[in-house]
Design a protein. Sequence first.
Length: 53
Amino acid sequence: MIDKTYETLERAVADVHDGATVMIGGFGNAGMPSRLIDALIAQGARELTIVNN
């Protein structure tokens, strides 16, 4: 199995490009990956499609 664990949030979102689709988990504030979302904003990719349940 491929290890998809990253040591930093910045590295985890480094390859997210403009127009990408990102699926996140959570339900409202319960389990919402707020630090991941903040890292995506800081990374600067635009026109993202965010899929959430």
